[in-house]
Ligand binder design. Structure first.
Ligand code: CAA
Length: 256
């Protein structure tokens, strides 16, 4: 049984709650190992249709565990390729929504940005304060934040280490929705339940094509999107989705 995360399930939606409240959900090795052990099994389960990742009212996560990292040497960090294994989380094909209350700092902000989109509470605070510790972001912050909010604001966040409130994060494109703090998990779970109704292979392909935009030129990205779009006409779910619309009924997707 995992100790640093709590996993609960509601129909096709899996809620993953980071559970180190005394440490503001700082991401230590044990927590990372538990996420990377449990979530791939759920990702492979066809009845799991969407993840919601959350923390508690005070913190989504206040970053990588500073106490654990304080004695890390360059040789260890480099040889172990420290943090590279978070790619396993990024590459889960099931959609992931981050439901953020309170602090999402350093690795916590980076974990939220690894999710497909972020639902934030009005009191949520985002930041990349690593500069204050004499380091830089190491779980993708410099790249993902820059893609999401642009170079000027990303430089501001990384160089000053300041925090950004939810309203600024919404205006900047870091988060998709801001709702009252006590509605964050409920809103994310409702969005996840909606995603859970769709064809699982199609939701996985939506992630692939949208994420491709970060990796490639517009021409190549459009070509990739069009080829994936064409391929969906080989599926039963496309026929079902379109026939249901024409027949004015709810579609029943079979993941085929
Ligand atoms: N790592 C380890 N422990 C942490 C932590 C972290 N990132 N953040 C908070 N904690 C611990 C504190 O040490 C404290 O523990 P004790 O009670 O044992 O002293 C407990 O959580 C509560 O924290 P505070 O007393 O500091 O709570 P606060 O409300 O006064 O302040 C805060 C909250 C502003 C978020 C403050 O805790 C803080 O600045 N935390 C560090 C944020 C940070 O620098 N994050 C980046 C980490 S490096 C990183 O993430 C690298 C990367 O790219 C992955």
């Amino acid at each position: 049984m995992p100790k640093t995360i709590e996993i609960t399930r509601k129909a096709g939606v899996v809620l993953v709650r980071l559970n180190r409240p005394k440490q503001l959900n700082a991401l230590n090795k044990e927590l990372k190992d538990e996420i990377l052990a449990e979530l791939p099994k759920l990702d492979a389960d066809s009845s799991v249709r969407c993840f919601v990742i959350t923390g508690n009212e005070k913190a989504f996560a206040a970053g990588g565990d500073i106490k654990e990292m304080s004695t890390l040497t360059y040789a260890e960090a480099s040889t172990e390729d420290y943090f590279a294994d978070w790619d396993t989380f990024v590459n889960l094909r099931t959609p992931k929504i981050a439901a953020v209350n309170g602090y999402a700092l350093g690795g916590g902000c980076e974990l939220a940005m690894m999710c497909d989109f972020i639902v934030a509470g009005e009191g949520a605070q985002f930041g990349q304060p690593e500069i204050k510790l004499g380091i830089i972001a190491g779980m993708g912050g410099s790249q993902r934040m820059t893609k999401l909010i642009g170079r000027a604001k990303s430089m501001d966040m990384h160089l000053t280490g300041r925090m950004m409130m939810a309203d600024e994060a919404l205006a900047s494109g870091l988060v998709a929705r801001v709702v009252p703090d006590d509605k964050v998990v409920e809103t994310a779970m409702a969005a996840a339940a909606q995603i859970a109704e769709y064809s699982k292979p199609v939701t996985a392909l939506v992630r692939d094509v949208v994420n491709r935009a970060d990796e490639t030129s517009l021409t190549e990205g459009l070509f990739f999107e069009r080829r994936i779009f064409h391929s969906l006409f080989a599926t039963e779910d496309q026929k079902e989705g379109m026939n249901a619309f024409i027949e004015k009924r709810k579609p029943s997707f079979k993941d085929k």
